[in-house]
Design a protein around this ligand. Structure first.
Ligand code: UD1
Ligand code: UDP
Length: 373
């Protein structure tokens, strides 16, 4: 590979809620180092104030240099639109590299456009695999990693998966977890949130729910099986459920009604949501990021899925796979009450992933040869 001279022009692509927590520490590391010229691009995949704008303010991310305003659409339409709008920007910015994070449609779109233009692709959170191709995110992960030049991984399973798929070991760097950088940087402020006062649950026991995987919420029969389990759990522990717009739309369109002890909320801001996670007795989720955050916070987490691309949260952390049927979820809840897991924080989830990522990227672009892991 050709070596480059600083300053390195790097486009950072973000589009959906979980991207913003990962981009914040990266942008911080880039802007504090004059060897980088970061260009932030918001695709507009998520666009509501409480799914996007609020996170920029709370996480201290500067306004994006480019906003593509793509909005919703089918997978093909949304991905294609992002690609069409990214290409002229990538060309005009004379980039050394494009950095994509996570596993959303914006991630895959950014990686494909860059690689076809011959621009180096860097993927943060590379190598995670659920081995379940019915998940749109798994397709995004596999496709993104197929065209990635530098893999920044969060846990050792990511490295092992990439090696099994034939990636060059020297292009894989275990940097830690960017989302956990954001958690560590913001936890103190988050704990000062008045969200529990606003909900009238200060000092009370409660559980926290988030669900948005299409496989769980798009099918009414599936969703009602989950809600039956939540209804049973809510008899013992009131549940608070900040509802993703995808899920709210399904509940509003269908015949499902929630019992009084399950409190549906609008999606929460980052500080409020971290505060709720830290104070919860139990978290029930199908979110990728929430599995990681609950592990670091040491809060028991039941993941309402049959698999996870983040196995370290089960092996090392407080996470348990609970499946997606009423019976499997209740069984996992009983197990969790009878034998609570004592979690540990996974290696390098220490708040310095942004700094390590920037160092690995600099070495990669400067050396013109692969970095060592
Ligand atoms: C997307 C990601 C998923 C990620 C999730 C995080 C893909 C394929 N999926 O799923 O991996 O875990 O974000 O939250 O990239 N909507 C709004 N307002 C918004 C955003 C979305 O109302 O600000 C509604 C729209 O009706 C939209 C639907 O939610 O059609 C789904 O949004 P989309 O970005 O396509 O997928 P998510 O389910 O959010
Ligand atoms: N989150 C939030 N408010 C909410 C729900 C989640 O701030 O109401 C945060 C959560 O703390 C984590 C991120 O959003 O940092 C996870 O994003 P999401 O669950 O949407 O996506 P996933 O991680 O599943 O891709």
């Amino acid at each position: 590979m050709t070596s480059f001279e600083p300053p390195f022009a790097i486009a950072v692509v973000a589009g959906a809620r979980p991207n913003f927590m990962k981009v914040a520490p990266l942008m911080q590391a880039f802007v504090s180092d004059s060897d980088f010229r970061p260009i932030l691009i918001h695709t507009g995949q998520h666009y509501d104030e409480n799914m996007s704008g609020r996170f920029f303010r709370e996480l201290g991310i500067a306004a994006p240099d480019h906003h593509l305003n793509v909005g919703p659409g089918s997978h093909a339409a949304q991905t294609a639109e992002i690609m069409k709008r990214l290409e002229p920007i990538f060309l005009s910015e004379k980039l050394h590299a494009v950095l994509v994070v996570g596993d959303v449609n914006s991630t895959m779109a950014g990686a494909l456009v860059a690689s076809k233009l011959g621009i180096k692709v860097i993927h943060a959170e590379a190598g995670l695999r659920s081995f379940d191709r019915s998940m749109p995110e798994e397709i995004n992960r596999v496709v993104t990693d197929a065209v990635t030049d530098l893999f920044l991984v969060t846990e050792d399973s990511g490295r092992r998966n990439l090696l099994r798929e034939g990636a060059d070991a020297e292009k894989i760097v275990l940097v830690g977890n960017l989302m956990i950088d954001s958690l560590r940087r913001n936890l103190e402020q988050a704990l000062a949130s008045d969200v529990k006062q606003r909900l009238g649950i200060e000092g009370q026991r409660f559980g926290l729910v988030t669900l948005h995987r299409p496989a769980n919420v798009d099918d009414t029969v599936q969703l009602s099986g989950i809600v039956s389990a939540l209804t049973e759990i809510a008899r013992a522990l009131p549940l608070y459920w900040p509802m993703h717009p995808r899920t709210r739309a399904r509940i509003q369109a269908g015949t499902l009604t929630l019992p009084e002890a399950i409190h549906a909320l609008e999606p929460l801001g980052y500080f409020d949501f971290l505060c709720m996670q830290a104070g919860a007795d139990l978290i029930l989720t199908d979110s990728g990021g929430v599995q990681e955050e609950s592990t670091v916070l040491g809060v028991p987490c039941l993941t309402l899925r049959n698999n996870t691309e983040r196995p370290v949260t089960v092996e090392c952390g407080t996470n348990r796979l609970a499946g997606t049927t009423t019976e499997s979820i209740l069984e996992a809840w009983h197990q969790s009450r009878n034998s609570p897991k004592q979690g540990r924080t996974p290696p390098l989830w220490d708040g310095r992933a942004g700094v390590r990522s920037a160092a690995a990227i600099k070495q990669f672009l400067e050396a013109g040869t692969p970095v060592s892991a």
